[in-house]
Design a protein around this ligand. Structure first.
Ligand SMILES: NC(=O)c1ccc[n+]([C@@H]2O[C@H](COP(=O)([O-])OP(=O)(O)OC[C@H]3O[C@@H](n4cnc5c(N)ncnc54)[C@H](O)[C@@H]3O)[C@@H](O)[C@H]2O)c1
Length: 262
């Protein structure tokens, strides 16, 4: 047990919540940065019930001053920041480039992309003096596959490239920076989109090699691995947690058909 801290943006829900609980179980104190206070306080209570120190800080990750204030709070009240997970994001519905709402896109870039940049900058500054740290960004299968969410999709490509660049820049401080790339995971935004008819649940499984999707805990496990010493020689990579969708996607439309279904 140490007093090392894991900072999780978007920790009030979904994959950020699962990561927060995983790091608490792994012996970290946990700081949750999110705009959902109710969810954040709930997750912080669970972390405390697991025997670790926890704090929820209301923080719009798209606001660099708010992110810097959160980093200041962490440096004054917690031990060394060893882990940062950037899970905060807005998730859109499918749309056309020709008619997309640019105000909404501006907001999505601010939160999903610049929020990742601001939090990496602020918390890497706390890691550098210790020559120790691990950052895990949230990419997606969108980082590797063109899908009709033109803002979100391109941002996830940018997050993978940003992760590589930062990994090279911070490597000399023994700070590793990696990205996870989940396929569909049944977290609140996807469940809501299915309920509202914005995603077709019956089509979701078709391109996956495995007959099941990742659970939030599977993504948290991959994040915990990348943050751990077991991954001490891994930096600048995107690890797909994709139930085989990247491998299997083109099989769905392959003109020769799928041999074991013939
Ligand atoms: N669930 C999936 O299918 C899936 C797949 C691939 C990648 N991802 C990525 O995983 C991450 C988490 O997604 P999730 O499914 O857990 O979603 P979620 O909505 O459950 O969690 C996202 C969290 O981000 C917070 N947030 C939103 N705007 C914020 C802001 N401005 N500042 C701080 N926090 C803010 C929300 O309040 C929420 O708690 C996202 O980056 C998402 O793109 C999700």
């Amino acid at each position: 047990m140490t007093n090392a801290v894991a900072v999780i943006t978007g920790g009030s829900s979904g994959l950020g919540e699962a990561a927060a609980l995983r790091f608490a179980r792994d012996g970290y104190d946990v700081v949750l940065l999110d705009v959902d206070k109710t969810g954040g306080e709930r997750v912080a209570d669970v972390v405390r019930a697991l025997g670790r120190k926890a704090a929820f800080q209301f923080c719009d990750v798209g606001n660099p001053a708010a992110v810097d204030a959160a980093a200041q709070m962490v440096s004054e009240n917690f031990g060394p920041v060893e882990v940062l997970v950037t899970s905060a994001a807005l998730q859109p519905n499918p749309e056309c480039i020709m008619t997309m709402d640019m105000d909404w896109h501006d907001k999505m870039w601010r939160v999903n992309y610049f929020g990742t940049v601001y939090t990496c900058q602020a918390f890497a500054r706390l890691m550098i003096p210790n020559n120790k740290g691990s950052i895990v960004t949230l990419g997606s299968i969108h980082s590797r596959m063109p899908l009709p969410l033109p803002g979100y999709n391109v941002i996830k490509v940018a997050i993978e490239r940003f992760t590589q660049l930062l990994a090279v820049e911070l490597g000399r401080f023994t700070i590793r920076v990696n990205c996870v790339g989940p396929t569909h995971v049944m977290t609140p935004p996807l469940l809501k989109a299915i309920a509202e008819g914005e995603r077709d649940e019956s089509k979701i499984m078709a391109p996956h090699a495995l007959p099941y999707l990742p659970e939030p805990e599977d993504v948290a496990g991959a994040i915990a691995f990348l943050a751990s010493d077991q991954a001490k020689a891994i930096t600048g990579v995107l690890l797909p947690i994709d139930s085989g969708i990247i491998a299997g996607d083109a099989f769905v439309t392959y003109a020769g058909g799928i041999p074991w279904l013939k």
